[in-house]
Every structure is written in structure tokens, then in C-alpha cells.
Design a protein around this ligand. Structure first.
Ligand code: LLP
Length: 424
């Protein structure tokens, strides 16, 4: 469900016509919908609040990596959403956007000592420990500060899942989390240290997961380990269930609903008396954003192949090049005519700069505006200036109003960041 709809044949973001927006801001540009972010958060919040017995006062911590724009984060922060972060930069963004420290979770496979120290000073709610060596480093850093930060041990339940091998994280050979068999001893070690306070377990098995079964298997594994640890006299009061629920990039109607997902979690955790945390990224942000682009030209080959060359490239939207990801492309102005097969490509000098092959679309012409749908998560955050293209800007919509929430750098801005070595 999103708020990008046609009004009189022209695609709008809430109350704002995308044609007018493109005139004002230029293309390519990411456009985010406040109403969509708000709705997705509300659905998850309401679902979690339906099960206070099983899930406690559940924390919803938006995975900042999915969309770290400060205004997007501030929109969610105002609703009470927390933040799942994986770097000092993300913690700083969350704090600046108004997320209180006690709603910030710090995860990640390679946190530096400096980042751990920063997280302690920022008073984050919880540091998710991903390995034995990391626990030792945290203990040393915390001891130096006379602190005892609250931690969870991220376990690897050996349930790999996700929409693509490159976004699966929970398999035994993946780099993430503590092997399941090693976790109890590590938890006990943490409990014995005066410099950390282990409160619970965490897991995240992958992303764009489109059935509940693997998630349920992972949650059951967390439950079993909770009971194990308690049998050893160790306290476990929090379970961080990670993110990973998929979104309908293809318009599928058979994906688990937010309510079903949360009800499943509640069923598994019933009676455990823990406080749950959810770390959704894509679920909140993907359908809240589109990438608006203009057709530069249509190259028609003698063999009939048609390339629609767009002014957005893989540097602006990496997902198709990285994960063969599908993003629906829709013309901003409704077009009549029989669908035509296009290879949708960007202007970058790389053969992976191709969004889709043989994609059927209403006829396109040079100058047409088009929108990649479902681009609000892992879109702008993965963008680069490759081929010296200024970083793609971002706009936030709220009803009839809009704001540039990250401006397009000028070429002067771009070049000014690189001082010339003084011997040149
Ligand atoms: N928690 C942890 C520890 C994570 O590593 C991630 C995502 C999330 C939560 C949020 O997962 P989500 O709810 O968004 O599935 N760039 C890839 C996705 C990478 C996901 C990385 N971790 C893509 O564009 O598909």
C-alpha cells in the first residue's frame, strides 16, 4: 500500500504532481511519501500493541541502512519509532533526527573500538554483539569508561532466507552472528563480566523474505535458547527479532501481512515474558519511495531491440545491478498504445547498468518522465557519484507540500570537495 496514485492520468505523490516536481527539482530524484511511511509504521505498531502479553512493550527500530535521510528518520522518530544502526554515522543520524538514545540498537559485524565507545557515550539502548572477539573488545572499552552497557548476543540460527543469495544472512557460513552452539557459553561469559549487561538475544536471517516459515524457525530457535539460558540461571528479558519481511515488488498479493507476521511472532513468544524488538527496513520504506527519471532517448536497433536510455543509472539505483532486483517502471503520464518491450538502461559505461531486459511498457518517447516504484529502501543510500554524476537528490512529500531533503550538488560542489595536492 502506498500513496503514489494517478489523478487525471498523471502520477502524483500524495497531493503533488510528479511532473511539476520534476520541473522544479530536475531528474533523477528520489521522492518519498510521508503518508506511506506513517501508514506502514502504524500498521506494525498497532499489530505489536495487539499482543502486549507476548511481545511486551515492543520496540520498533527502523533499520537506518534502508533509508538514512534525516527527514525520513525524523518522520519516523516523531511517530515513536526507534532506530537499528550499524555505524557511528547511523547512530549520529538517528540522534540528529530525534530518536532518543534509549530507542537505538547498535548492530553490525565490525564495530570499531571508537564506535563502541561512542555508542556507550550516546547511551544507546542495546549493543548487539556478533562474535566472541567483539564481546572482549566491548568489555575492554566499557571497563575503561566504568560502564556496563546493555547487550544482546546476535545468534546465527542457521536458517538462511531472503530474496537473493546476496541478501541472506542467517546461514551457518554467513559472517553474521554467533554460531548457535557457541552462544550459551558466550552469554554466560558476558553475564560474568561487570562491564556488560546481557539482556537478551537477537537474530536477523535475511531480507526480502516472502514466507513466514523461515522467520518462525528462527524465532523458535531464539525461544529454545532463551529457555536453555534460563535453565542455567541466566536472565533473558529481550528478544530482537531482526527485520527481513519482504514487500510486493511485483505487486504480489500473497505475501504475509504485517498483522500475520506479528501474530506469528506473538504465538512463538507467548508465555516467555520478554520484550520484543522488530528491525524492519524495507517493510517501512520500500513502497514509500520512487525514483523519478526522464527518458533521454530511445535507441532502436536494426534487429528490433529497443533501449530506453534513462537519465537515472545504476549509480542512482543499484539494486537491479547488485541483486537482479525488479522495480516496476511506470510512465508518469498515462500513455495509450500497445505495450512495447524495452531494455531499460542508464547512461553509465558498464554493462551492468541495466534495470531490465525486454520489459513491457506503454510506448515511451524521449523526454517522458518515468518512475521506478518501490525504491524507498536501499535506493538513495546505495547511490554513488560513479561516472562523476552528482549524487541523486531526495524530496519528501507531505500532502500537498514538498521539501528538498537532500539537494542535488552542483558540479562546483562536487569538484570543490577534492583539494588538489599541494605539489600539483
Ligand atoms: N536488521 C539487521 C541486523 C540487518 O542487517 C538488516 C538488513 C535489517 C535489520 C533490515 O532488513 P529489512 O527489513 O530491510 O529486510 N541492500 C539489500 C538489503 C540488505 C539488507 C541488509 N540488512 C537490498 O537492497 O535488497
Amino acid at each position: 500500500m502506498h500513496h503514489f496514485d494517478r489523478i487525471n492520468g498523471a502520477l502524483h505523490a500524495e497531493g503533488v504532481p510528479l511532473e511539476a516536481l520534476a520541473e522544479a527539482v530536475g531528474t533523477p530524484v528520489y521522492v518519498y511519501s510521508t503518508a506511506t511511511l506513517t501508514r506502514h509504521y502504524a500498521l506494525l505498531r498497532e499489530a505489536a500493541d495487539t499482543h502486549p502479553g507476548a511481545l511486551g512493550d515492543a520496540l520498533i527500530a527502523f533499520a537506518v541502512k534502508a533509508n538514512s535521510n534525516l527527514s525520513v528518520l525524523a518522520t519516523l522518530a516523531r511517530l515513536g519509532c526507534g532506530a537499528d544502526t550499524v555505524s557511528e554515522g547511523e547512530i549520529r543520524r538517528a540522534l540528529k533526527a530525534g530518536v532518543p538514545g534509549d530507542r537505538i540498537v547498535f548492530s553490525g559485524v565490525g564495530k570499531t573500538d571508537a564506535e563502541l565507545a561512542f555508542a556507550i557515550e550516546a547511551g544507546v539502548r542495546q549493543i548487539n554483539i556478533e562474535s566472541a572477539v567483539e564481546l572482549d573488545r566491548l568489555i575492554a572499552v566499557a571497563a575503561g569508561k566504568g560502564a556496563a552497557p546493555e547487550i544482546a548476543i546476535r545468534v546465527n540460527p542457521d536458517v538462511g532466507a531472503g530474496g537473493h543469495a546476496k541478501i541472506t544472512t542467517g546461514g551457518a557460513t554467513d559472517k553474521f552472528g554467533v554460531p548457535f552452539a557457541d552462544a550459551p557459553a558466550l552469554y554466560a561469559r558476558a553475564a560474568a563480566s561487570p562491564h556488560v549487561t546481557p539482556l537478551g538475544l537477537a537474530c536477523h536471517i535475511g531480507s526480502q523474505i516472502t514466507t513466514l516459515a523461515p522467520l518462525e524457525a528462527a524465532f523458535r530457535a531464539l525461544k529454545a535458547m532463551t529457555l536453555d539460558l534460563r535453565a542455567q540461571g541466566l536472565a533473558v528479558s529481550r528478544l530482537d527479532l531482526g527485520g527481513g519481511l519482504g514487500v510486493p515488488y511485483h505487486g504480489q498479493s500473497d505475501l504475509p501481512s504485517i498483522a500475520d507476521y506479528v501474530a506469528m511472532a506473538a504465538r512463538v513468544l507467548e508465555g516467555l515474558n520478554v520484550e520484543a524488538a522488530f528491525e524492519p527496513g524495507r517493510l517501512l520504506a520500500a513502497n514509500a519511495g520512487v525514483l523519478l527519471s526522464r527518458v533521454i532517448q530511445i535507441n532502436e536497433r536494426g534487429d528490433g531491440r529497443r533501449f530506453a536510455v534513462l537519465d537515472a543509472g545504476m549509480n542512482d539505483l543499484m539494486r537491479p545491478a547488485l541483486y537482479d532486483a525488479f522495480h516496476d517502471l511506470v510512465p508518469v503520464r498515462a500513455r495509450d498504445g500497445e505495450p512495447v518491450a524495452y531494455d531499460l538502461v542508464g547512461p553509465i559505461c558498464e554493462s551492468t547498468d541495466i534495470f531490465a531486459r525486454d520489459r513491457l511498457s506503454p510506448p515511451l518517447r524521449a523526454g517522458d518522465l518515468v518512475a521506478f516504484m518501490g525504491a524507498g529502501a536501499y535506493g538513495a543510500v546505495l547511490a554513488s557519484e560513479y561516472n562523476s554524476r552528482p549524487l541523486v537528490p531526495e524530496v519528501l512529500i507531505d500532502g500537498d507540500r514538498w521539501a528538498i531533503v537532500r539537494g542535488r550538488p552542483t558540479y562546483e560542489d562536487m569538484l570543490a570537495r577534492e583539494p588538489r595536492a599541494d605539489w600539483l
